[in-house]
Design a protein around this ligand. Structure first.
Ligand code: F6R
Length: 236
């Protein structure tokens, strides 16, 4: 594992964007596994700058996102599809038809999970998976549990996750209680994993996840088993 500590969100974002940019430069049809939340916003802004400077071409790139709230469609400004369009896709030349986010609005969410995994498999897996980490150690929306879940699946969000994500909603009651998330198989098959985390409040969980025992009670700890993981942590 490559554990990098930096002293600012900006440095974390610059470094993360450089790593993703290298993947795209080396493989024009790269498959990028992407995340939402506050951690990757700076990374996406740097990628957009690189694109604007003509350093990157996303024309042949495919993206697959980790997760989506159940019940929110892409037109809802709290949905993760909306987030991706707003914060990245609209500014770059990625083919929107090749950007995938699990659909949390279908009736048969199990079938959606199955076809999402099959689609990732058919793409040959992701070349890089960008991840944030929740205060409870979740990656995607794989919450602490007695076991790791392999497939893309529906999860009930933990109270701490609902609380943390309520900052994006008018009130806590509006936060969906369920999400559909990529499971550990699709995350772990990424050729490279890049986890970014910032803030003093993430320090403890980052230490537990990467320097503690591997346990489904700290879902991110499974990444210790991956052969190419970079963690960038900024205390600020
Ligand atoms: C988002 C996701 C989540 C977030 C995590 C951290 O797609 O999968 O696991 O990465 O909740 O969120 P932030 O970055 O907002 O602290």
């Amino acid at each position: 594992m490559n554990f990098i500590k930096v002293d600012s969100y900006e440095k974390m974002s610059n470094l993360a964007a450089d790593i993703i940019a290298d993947v795209v430069k080396n493989k024009s049809n790269a498959v990028l596994g992407l995340a939402t939340g506050s951690s990757p916003l700076g990374t996406y802004a740097r990628l957009i700058e690189k694109y604007n400077r003509g350093e990157l071409d996303f024309k042949e790139v495919t993206s697959v996102n980790l997760d989506e709230y159940v019940g929110l469609d892409g037109s809802n400004d709290q949905s993760y599809r909306y987030f991706m369009n707003k914060n990245l896709f609209q500014y770059i030349n990625i083919n929107i038809e090749k950007t995938f986010v699990p659909n949390g609005c279908v009736e048969d969410l199990d079938a959606e999970g199955e076809s999402y995994d099959k689609m990732i498999e058919d793409l040959g897996g992701t070349d890089i998976q960008l991840l944030g980490i929740g205060l409870d150690g979740h990656i995607g929306f794989n919450e602490p549990d007695e076991f790791f879940t392999k497939e893309t699946h529906v999860v009930k969000l933990d109270e701490s996750t609902i609380e943390a994500n309520s900052r994006f909603f008018q009130s806590k009651d509006e936060v969906p209680k369920q999400a559909i998330t990529m499971g550990m198989y699709s995350i772990m098959q990424a050729k490279k994993v890049l986890l970014i985390a910032n803030g003093k409040n993430k320090k403890e969980i980052v230490e537990k996840a990467f320097f503690g025992p591997i346990t489904p009670m700290v879902p991110a700890s499974i990444l210790q088993l991956h052969k190419d993981v970079t963690v960038i942590y900024s205390e600020n």
